[in-house]
Write a protein that binds this ligand. Structure first.
Ligand SMILES: NC(=O)c1ccc[n+]([C@@H]2O[C@H](COP(=O)([O-])OP(=O)(O)OC[C@H]3O[C@@H](n4cnc5c(N)ncnc54)[C@H](O)[C@@H]3O)[C@@H](O)[C@H]2O)c1
Length: 368
């Protein structure tokens, strides 16, 4: 297969793992030709560390390069839309970090322009393509715990200002626990149970400011302009009912990341912000036991969706982390806030198909 040429906009904190995986694990499928960052030292460091031939002065220089087929957008949430829409206008396929956009209108614009122009629009996360959640998908589809009754998802932490060097964006529009961590959980739930038809939510914020304790901004006090504790209930189209808690306000909890409750048993889904296990199930009144992972990719394989998009470009098949899925995920995540503000149920404006399961017997670096 002729390799697909990728350019990366944004060479900040998350970019090294993408550069590592795209230049090693998936280098039979893609080639990273160039990088670009508003802070030139970052693109220089990325190019030197991963032997990337081109540093573009601006993203527009990358978009004008006819060889680039996929623009990988690793900017912060409020910047995702502006970068992706410009890339699409320049006839580039795009894959952006999560969330798809910070408003549903912006996400719709990306979705529509991709369809109009016949370009692929992808969005993180791709952790649902990893061994852990793919094993859960197979167990569920094979009927190991019977028919799904419901689900519970829990993400608790105290925010990212203790470790991220520039954590301000986590407390601005597009941040907060739901738009930051929700994509992992909601995407995993849709992959397992299918789309959501109606939801309700209640959300608030306990702290008006946060104090950065990471370097180099140690001691800087930043305002909180998003809800940092979100509770929701989701009614899935298949009849299952799920609850979700996403918090940057709580310290710790021993609640499992995700549990799926079925008519024959319960499944504990591993951390959807990772690729591996453990996957634990119990049936009827038996105890929980760990199941072996059935699929490839149990290490940090961020970038697998970019390789999947590249395969889709060459073969014409669907790609998994696609805009229909991400648009529905965003609709759900923003819907909790809408429900909280109006005091009413929120009927989803969007829906999606469950992504195709990953194949079972591929060697590392392959997808089909
Ligand atoms: N940091 C993590 O651990 C992590 C994990 C998973 C996902 N993410 C997601 O990845 C995205 C990026 O996060 P990050 O932590 O790397 O942020 P970051 O602030 O460290 O990096 C973003 C980079 O994008 C650059 N940038 C912004 N607009 C640009 C433009 N128009 N042209 C060129 N460069 C531009 C900035 O200069 C910056 O270097 C976010 O959406 C975040 O939610 C981050």
């Amino acid at each position: 297969m002729e390799k697909v040429i990728v350019g990366i906009v944004g060479n900040g904190n998350i970019s090294p793992i993408y550069l590592k995986n795209l230049t090693t694990v998936f280098n039979r499928i893609v080639t990273v030709k160039g990088v670009c960052d508003l802070i030139p030292e970052r693109s220089k460091k990325a190019a030197e560390s991963w032997d990337i031939p081109v540093i573009y002065d601006t993203m527009y220089d990358m978009f004008k390069d006819d060889e680039i087929e996929i623009v990988l957008n690793l900017t912060t949430p409020k910047q995702h839309h502006g970068v992706a829409i410009e890339a699409l206008k320049h006839n580039k396929n795009t894959h952006s970090e999560k969330p798809m956009s910070v408003s549903l209108d912006d996400a719709k614009e990306l979705f529509d322009i991709g369809k109009e122009k016949g370009l692929l629009v992808g969005v993180a996360p791709d952790t649902f393509m990893g061994a852990g959640i793919q094993t859960c998908r197979k167990l569920l589809d094979d009927g190991y715990i019977g028919s799904p009754i419901g689900a519970a998802a829990y993400m608790t932490g105290h925010g990212h200002e203790t470790w991220h060097p520039d954590p301000e964006f986590y407390y601005e529009q597009g941040g907060g626990p739901m738009l930051d961590m929700g994509p992992y959980y909601v995407t995993a739930l849709i992959n397992l149970l299918g789309p959501v038809k109606r939801l309700t939510g209640t959300s608030h914020s306990m702290f008006e400011t946060r104090t950065i304790t990471s370097e180099p901004k140690y001691g800087k006090v930043i305002p909180v302009s998003v809800d940092t504790h979100v509770n929701g209930i989701m009614e899935f189209e298949n009849g299952a009912v799920g609850s979700i808690v996403m918090s940057f306000d709580m310290w710790k909890s021993e609640h499992p990341n995700i549990e799926i409750f079925g008519t024959e048993g319960t499944m504990q889904v591993p951390d959807p912000n990772g690729f591996g296990g453990p996957v634990r199930i119990q049936r009827k009144d038996g105890d929980f036991y760990e199941m072996p992972l059935t699929h490839q990719y149990n290490e940090n394989c961020r970038g697998v969706a970019v390789a999947d998009m590249a395969m889709a470009l060459r073969t014409g098949r669907e790609h998994r982390a696609n805009s229909e899925l991400a648009y529905h995920v965003l609709d759900i995540m923003l819907g909790f806030g809408k429900s909280s503000r109006t005091g009413k149920h929120y009927e989803l404006q969007t829906s999606c198909c469950r992504p195709q399961p990953m194949p079972m017997n591929v060697i590392p670096g392959d997808l089909d």
